[in-house]
Design a protein around this ligand. Structure first.
Ligand SMILES: Nc1nc2c(ncn2[C@@H]2O[C@H](COP(=O)(O)OP(=O)(O)O)[C@@H](O)[C@H]2O)c(=O)[nH]1
Ligand SMILES: [Mg+2]
Length: 226
């Protein structure tokens, strides 16, 4: 797997044409229902990487699918009886597939920048992938399912230890009787870490999570809250 950090080579913009116009929403590649091919604009000069992490069944694959304008690469596999006793499905009994390596999607931010979104498997046996995944990442989204809050503790601890900027997104499984303040307290979250609510199935909502992360990273870079 090649690295997609901000240092990654990106296609050269056409020379002598001046700054490119941002693509109109009509011209911008949209979601690719059914996997229609959505080419990377030739003007792209910068590729940024975001990781989406969190516990098993928290909605990582769903979020990457919602936001991606290309048919996301997913290494989703149907769970079999072989996973019995290995994958902890308590609370997510309706889940029949699991990500065995990662999800990968793409969003065009503007004429010159694209965002690559990686969803990382939450199961403990895949944790060895994480350090590589975070290498060069702009930041991370921790997706949280309040029915299984403790599944996100590891991700949060690890991101804090790595110094990777992150936001936490409470994925809405219909359990909105928990306020964001209660979720923040239960996670013992640093007040400087943004916490938002989302529905990972809804593109606009999933996008807002990524926007919250980009804003947070920007505020850190410009001497903001952390
Ligand atoms: N109600 C609800 N269900 C969701 C949401 N996000 C994901 N799901 C469902 O939860 C299950 C687990 O999601 P998935 O994306 O596979 O979780 P992952 O293990 O983190 O990749 C799937 O059946 C999704 O359809 C959400 O925001 N609301
Ligand atoms: Mg998954």
């Amino acid at each position: 797997m090649h690295s997609t950090t901000s240092e990654s080579p990106a296609p050269e913009p056409p020379s002598g044409t001046g700054p490119p116009d941002p693509p109109s929403s009509a011209a911008r590649p949209g979601p690719a229902p059914g996997g229609a091919y959505s080419p990377l604009p030739a003007t792209v000069q910068q590729a940024l990487k975001i990781a989406v992490v969190g516990g098993f069944g928290a909605g990582k694959t769903t979020l990457v699918r919602s936001v991606s304008e290309i048919r996301p690469l997913s290494t989703e596999e149907t769970m079999t009886r072989a996973g019995d006793g290995i994958d902890d499905t308590d609370g997510v009994e309706a889940k029949h597939s699991t990500t065995v390596a990662f999800d990968f999607g793409r969003i065009t931010l503007d004429a010159t920048s694209v965002l690559y979104v990686f969803g990382a498997p939450g199961q403990e046996r895949f944790w060895f992938l994480w350090d590589r995944l975070f290498s060069g990442a702009l930041g991370a989204v921790v997706l949280v399912d309040t029915r299984r809050l403790r599944d996100s503790w590891y991700a949060i601890d690890r991101l804090e230890a790595q110094g990777t900027p992150f936001v936490v997104a409470h994925n809405d499984f219909g359990d909105t009787d928990h306020t964001l303040e209660q979720v923040r307290a239960a996670l013992d979250l640093d007040p400087a870490v943004p916490l938002v609510r989302c529905d990972a199935r809804v593109r606009a909502s999933a996008k807002q999570v990524l926007i919250a992360l980009v804003r947070h990273v920007r505020s850190l870079v410009t001497g903001g809250s952390r």
